[in-house]
Design a binder for this molecule. Structure first.
Ligand SMILES: Cc1ncc(COP(=O)(O)O)c(C=O)c1O
Length: 404
């Protein structure tokens, strides 16, 4: 694993505009999500025996495989962006849009014939297809080469026209925009760049529901805030949303945030290392089992939050994610098992290595990971690629090169 510590993490409030991830914005997003019958706060599991084994005080894992029955957290973003798009089109406020109103005939008539499009590794595409289906709208979804056909079918099951391209993720995004321009589709993409910012901002606001939920769940357990959060990043919308909300809400009490990516798609880690303050892409096939994190170009809005407020950036090999999946699937006696996919479990894999490997002693000290720590991880997906899940968890594929 490669680590890079932020030489100059900022204190929230001094830099960056976090207003779009304020408590009131997060509450607005959750109000919208609550109008769906599928909504309930996802489980927040206290793995006390694993915490003890690792030498930390408490470990909580939020299980996003339970989100709306879709096996991943992404629907929070896609649905909220579609809600905002509809509100904007109809000239009303998002607070007037509900799951029920999205399905109403009058709203559909007012909106006309809309086709939503996106590029995806799988989870966001399924989320978008589901959200478009709620509205009775069409959706078109493109996936990068090498995508799992099971994920493709999951997207098609919500009525989307979906296909796998022969391009990598970032080129698939570009192609989606070209196609959308030609056909008049509305692209709901979960990443931002200068000039394309409203929709990704709405998506990030949608993700803040997770952070709002887990802070409340933590507070119910008697903790005001975590001391540490480990957040996995693809383009960095998810990590940026969670960290941005925490920075806005907790200010100077911000937890130590560790951003985790796969070696072959570590664009946030790379940007942090370059150190000129700007987002930098990594190129190539972005080959990793962590399909959700196989993105080479950072979301420019998310990047600025991660640049300013994260404490450490980690780039890791695939076996670390596989280890995390096995640790969560086969817990210590007394802890609950969690079905977590490759992108979901990588933070657990990193935490485990960080705590058990003697080589990381100094890093543990620098990050303040010790028996007083209260660590939150978010398992962002379940077994979205079931065969890979079995290969890893049952048959030990991608095992660690050496035992500790
Ligand atoms: C399961 C899972 N976790 C994490 C992420 C990372 O989200 P982001 O691309 O916003 O960094 C994704 C993205 O698709 C994902 O599917």
């Amino acid at each position: 694993m490669k680590f890079y510590l932020n030489p100059e993490p900022k204190t929230p409030g001094k830099r960056g505009d976090l207003r779009f991830l304020s408590l009131s914005e997060a509450e607005k997003a959750r109000r919208f999500h609550r109008t769906f019958s599928q909504y309930h706060p996802t489980p927040f599991l206290h793995l006390s025996n694993l915490a003890q084994h690792l030498g930390i005080g408490h470990l909580f894992v939020k299980d996003e495989s339970q989100r709306f029955g879709l096996n991943a957290f992404k629907v929070l973003g896609a649905s909220y962006a579609i809600g905002h798009f509809v509100a904007q089109k109809l000239g009303c406020d998002i607070s007037e849009i509900t799951a029920k109103s999205l399905r109403s005939t009058s709203l559909r008539e007012g909106l006309g014939d809309v086709t939503f499009a996106t590029a995806t590794d799988g989870n966001h595409g399924r989320a978008l297809a589901w959200a478009a289906q709620q509205l009775g709208a069409k959706s078109v979804v493109y996936m990068p080469k090498g995508s799992d056909p099971v994920r493709l079918e999951a997207i098609r099951s919500h009525g989307a026209m979906a296909s796998i391209t022969d391009l990598n993720y970032d080129d698939t995004v570009r192609m989606t925009f070209e196609q959308a321009k030609e056909h008049g589709w509305v692209v709901i993409q979960d990443t931002a760049w200068p000039g394309y910012e409203d929709i990704p901002r709405w998506i990030m606001q949608g993700y803040s529901t997770i952070a709002l939920e887990f802070l409340e769940q933590l507070q119910e357990q008697g903790f005001y805030r975590p001391t540490h959060v480990f957040l996995q990043a693809g383009v960095g919308s998810f990590a940026g949303a969670v960290l941005g909300f925490l920075a806005s809400y907790l200010g100077g009490d911000l937890p130590t945030a560790v951003i985790v990516e796969p070696h072959n798609a570590a664009c946030i880690y790379h940007s942090a290392r370059v150190g000129d303050g700007r987002a930098h892409a990594v190129r190539g096939d972005l080959d990793t089992i962590m399909a959700g994190l196989a993105c080479g170009e950072p979301n420019t809005i998310g990047w600025e939050i991660l640049r300013d407020y994260a404490r450490a950036y980690v780039s890791c090999p695939d076996w670390v994610a596989a280890n995390g999946m096995r640790v969560l699937a086969a817990p210590l006696r007394g802890d609950s098992p969690i079905i977590s996919g490759e992108s979901g479990a990588v933070t657990c894999g990193v935490l485990e290595q960080l705590m058990v490997k003697p080589d990381y002693e100094q890093l543990r000290q620098e990050l303040g990971l010790n028996p007083d720590s209260v660590v939150v991880l978010i398992s962002t997906e379940g077994d979205t690629s079931p065969k890979t899940y079995r290969d890893i968890v049952w048959y030990g594929k991608y095992s660690a090169p050496t035992r500790v």
